[in-house]
Write a protein of this length. Structure first.
Length: 101
């Protein structure tokens, strides 16, 4: 069985996410979304901070089949950036590395 190294979340600029405090502290994120938007499915808008002490966030799954970096629902980008959501998807956090194939 081959092991796939998951791409790191190299940057997150979404201030309202519980996992983002000086970088994404989730163990892994899921990229989801529809209608031309690649939403961060792990976004949680709570006042409490969550996640791990050490920044190790990775992309655990990608549900955007139309992304050039998606192979068998796994992200193949070297790393991803997460930022403010777009009007298209209505999410507060999007994968900014998403690119339509």
């Amino acid at each position: 069985m081959a092991t796939l190294e998951m791409p790191a979340v190299s940057e997150c600029t979404v201030a309202g996410c519980s996992y983002n405090h000086d970088g994404c502290h989730a163990f892994a994120i899921t990229v989801a979304g529809s209608d031309g938007s690649a939403d961060c499915g792990t976004f949680i808008p709570l006042g409490a901070k969550g996640g791990l002490d050490k920044v190790v966030a990775q992309v655990g799954a990608c549900q955007r089949l139309d992304c050039v970096h998606n192979t068998d629902l796994e992200c193949t980008a070297p790393s991803v950036r997460v930022g403010a959501g777009s009007a298209a998807g209505g999410s507060a956090a999007n994968c900014l590395t998403y690119a339509v194939a």
